[in-house]
Design a protein around this ligand. Structure first.
Ligand code: ZN
Length: 199
């Protein structure tokens, strides 16, 4: 494992003391205001992009920042969404896509995923995203698919009873973002990009 011991030592020596008061408060309190749903991609680091402190973001990261639509039964994403919304009472939910997303590229370019069947199955949660991005025929533009996918996952999110209830009560707001790795920009997609946001 590269540099982890060195990094932990530096954290304990330099970073933790500088935030000792914050960590003392956080030791007994967990009240993040935002649920951040991003891609597992190592280049997309929520706290770095938003310059937030520990305790501010409740984070779910999945391949392709996908949020499966609600189904009976449970899974890790559903449980995390429910916990964030119902127990922690987050006021904002961000779904953040990004440039050069491997998951979206695989879908847009029709990569052979036969050696990664679980990945292939997981990416089916982006079927609606792909269908929307493929309107007009021809090749699917990765950047366009990334945007459509953020909108589609916001719609999926709203099918979860916990999120649906909070949205109906006006207790939570949804945001769709796209992070560009090359230039560091974060674009907030217009409300009209998602029927959920427009509601
Ligand atoms: Zn990605």
């Amino acid at each position: 494992m590269p540099h982890f011991a060195e990094g932990i030592a530096r954290f304990q020596r330099e970073v933790f003391p500088a935030k000792a008061g914050l960590f003392a408060r956080l030791a007994t309190a967990h009240r993040p205001g935002t649920l951040f749903i991003g891609c597992s991609d190592a280049r997309v680091v929520p706290e770095l992009i938003t310059q937030t402190d520990p305790g501010e973001l409740f984070v779910i990261r999945t391949a392709g920042n996908l949020v499966p639509a609600h189904t009976p039964g449970t899974d890790g994403v559903t449980a995390a969404v429910e916990y964030a919304v119902t127990v922690l009472g987050v006021r904002d939910i961000v779904v953040c896509g990004h440039s050069a997303c491997g998951a979206m590229t695989a879908l847009a370019e029709g990569h052979d995923l036969s050696t990664a069947p679980a990945v292939a199955a997981w990416l089916r949660h982006a079927d609606a995203s792909l269908a929307r991005a493929a309107i007009g025929g021809g090749t699917v533009d990765v950047a366009a698919l990334v945007r459509e996918n953020v909108a589609a996952q916001l719609a999926n999110l709203a099918t979860h009873p916990s999120a649906a209830r909070a949205l109906a009560a006006g207790e939570v707001r949804l945001h769709g973002w796209v992070f560009d790795i090359a230039d560091g920009t974060v674009e907030e997609l217009p409300a009209t990009a998602s029927p959920v946001l427009a509601a």
